[in-house]
Design a protein around this ligand. Structure first.
Ligand code: COS
Length: 384
């Protein structure tokens, strides 16, 4: 059930306060130390932020997509690393269970994911299966009354802390492509699971990504998501439809933050005897950034509302992801330009955002994959 307007406003205000008072002051420290402090993570858990999208009956906040998007705007007002800490539990690490899990699977994992006691992680990508997600090679061999998983997953967010992986593996080696793929819920500590050293990244320091190797990992039959083979690819795609909308909202939030910083800096920085904000070439950059941010925000809100009404938003979630992630890249670039030399110097924090936002155009589907999804949707008979 949607929150009342009052409760939503209270939640959004609480998150905005937390971001401003607790997260913004430690952005630089987190970027440098590559670590979000444990007490901050605990505060996020206490606020229920690990379970925003998880139904209330399992201990989550049960937010609608529109409500979640409003919270994501706020979380975007600080370094994206903080959002990433709780991002998988709300998105790709829990949604497969919410959308397709059996009642037992939901009962087993969702309360822990909602409280943040369990960290969820989405294991789809492989060394040779990135954009071509239908070509996964990880195998799930039927053996006795269970399965044995073998294969390597790559760039898996939050893998080093994961309590449960949604693993996409081929149960039917004779069926190539999407149809032979099934999804499994695999507890993090099982024998045979090897977690690689966290990868060194361009940005978003404080979040961890690594390889996960499955060396003949045995799971019981009830680890099969939804108890049905061959549904893994569709499950992954539906999880990503939702995830892409959430990421789009974070992009909007980051753009709002960068715009606020740019306005403040332009108003304070003096050149030629006056604040640079008085120069029309600076004003043009600010106006372009605001307009593009507003366009993305409107798209995200409208698509979230349509998803809440039960519409298929596959194409539009991709349109949001493409536009919002490219938009925040341009806004970050203009922010560096407005700051001038200071934009390139670490102390001002703008170059950190510039590096952080680059990831938005890559993960949960590159811009080029979003273009494919949109174009296919347009060309599908009867779509428009
Ligand atoms: N919801 C439900 N079903 C979907 C779907 C969706 N959003 N998208 C595709 N499907 C279904 C199709 O309908 C098709 O089913 P049928 O065979 O029954 O018709 C099946 O899945 C295969 O779809 P398709 O033929 O479109 O698969 P492709 O191999 O061509 O791949 C893309 C499609 C490229 C869109 C997909 O591989 C993709 O999204 N890749 C990017 C993956 C990604 O985002 N990776 C990031 C890693 S996670 S951080």
């Amino acid at each position: 059930m949607p929150l009342s307007q009052e409760s939503l406003a209270e939640l959004v205000a609480a998150v905005a306060r937390f971001v401003k008072e607790r997260l913004v002051p430690i952005e630089a420290e987190v970027g440098e130390n590559d670590r979000v402090p444990d007490d901050v993570i605990q505060e996020m858990k206490n606020m229920g932020l690990f379970g925003m999208s998880i139904p209330e009956e399992f201990g989550g906040l049960g937010l609608t997509m529109e409500e979640e998007v409003h919270v994501a705007f706020e979380l975007g007002h600080t370094s994206p690393a903080f959002r990433s800490v709780l991002g998988t539990n709300n998105g790709i690490g829990s949604q497969a269970i919410i959308l397709f899990g059996t009642p037992e699977q939901k009962q087993r994992y969702l309360p822990g994911l909602a409280s943040g006691q369990i960290i969820g992680s989405f294991a789809l990508t492989e060394p040779d299966a990135g954009s071509d997600a239908g070509s996964v090679r990880t195998l799930a061999r039927r053996e006795g009354d269970g399965y044995v998983l073998s294969g390597t997953k790559r760039y898996i967010t939050n893998a080093p802390k994961a309590g449960v992986f949604s693993v996409f593996a081929r149960t039917d080696p004779n069926t190539p492509g999407a149809k032979g793929i099934s999804a499994f819920l695999v507890p993090g500590g099982l024998p045979g699971i090897e977690i690689g050293k966290p990868d060194r990244k361009m940005g978003q320091h404080g979040t961890y990504v690594s390889d996960v190797v499955f060396n003949d990992v045995r799971v019981p039959a009830n680890a099969l998501l939804g108890g049905v083979e061959g549904q893994g690819f569709k499950a992954a795609m539906q999880v990503l439809d939702r995830g892409r909308l959430h990421i789009s909202a974070v992009c909007v939030g980051v753009a709002e933050r960068l715009l606020a910083d740019s306005v403040r800096y332009a108003s304070e920085r003096q050149q030629f005897g006056k604040p640079i904000a008085e120069f029309q070439l600076i004003q043009a950059m600010l106006a372009d950034s605001y307009t593009e941010m507003l366009a993305a925000k409107s798209m995200v809100l409208e698509t979230a509302r349509r998803r809440d009404r039960g519409d298929d938003v596959n194409m539009d979630a991709s349109a949001c992801k493409m536009f919002a992630s490219e938009m925040v890249g341009r806004v970050a670039d203009r922010a560096v330009q407005i700051y001038g030399g200071a934009g390139y110097i670490a102390d001002y924090g703008i170059e950190r955002f510039y590096r952080d936002v680059r990831l938005f155009r890559l993960y949960e589907g590159t811009t080029q994959i979003q273009q494919i999804v949109i174009a296919r949707g347009l060309l599908r008979p009867g779509t428009r």
